[in-house]
Every structure is written in structure tokens, then in C-alpha cells.
Design a protein around this ligand. Structure first.
Ligand SMILES: [Zn+2]
Length: 68
């Protein structure tokens, strides 16, 4: 299904918000998370692997692209 594949890739590129699968905390790349060491404009891909969700403590692997 080439159409589906293209849609997923487009979504990944356009995504600017990420949601924690466990607690629902949302990271906005534009706003950043200054209280948690992430400057405004920090891309999710650039967040250190040892960063964790400020609300529940899971790592980046438990976040998913979020479309408002
Ligand atoms: Zn969380």
C-alpha cells in the first residue's frame, strides 16, 4: 500500500507534538519544555536518549507523534 506509506512519512515530517503513551503528557517542539531542560525549538529527535517524561518517568521510546 504505497499510499499508506507516504501518508505515514508525511505525518512524521510534519509532526511537532509528541504525546506520552503512558500519562498523556504532550511535548511541543515549538514551545519546548524549559522546566525540564528542553529549549524552545528542540526537535524531539534531538532530545537525549536518557531524557524521561517529567510526569511519569518513561523514556522517549514511549512517546508517539501527536496530531491535535
Ligand atoms: Zn508520561
Amino acid at each position: 500500500m504505497p499510499g499508506l506509506r507516504e501518508r505515514i512519512m508525511t505525518t512524521a515530517i510534519a509532526t511537532r507534538q509528541w504525546i506520552c503513551n503512558v500519562c498523556g503528557w504532550i511535548y511541543d517542539e515549538v514551545a519546548g519544555a524549559a522546566d525540564h531542560g528542553l529549549a524552545p525549538g528542540t526537535r524531539f529527535a534531538d532530545i537525549p536518549e536518557d531524557w524521561y517524561c517529567p510526569d511519569c518517568g518513561v523514556t522517549k521510546s514511549d512517546f508517539a507523534p501527536y496530531e491535535p
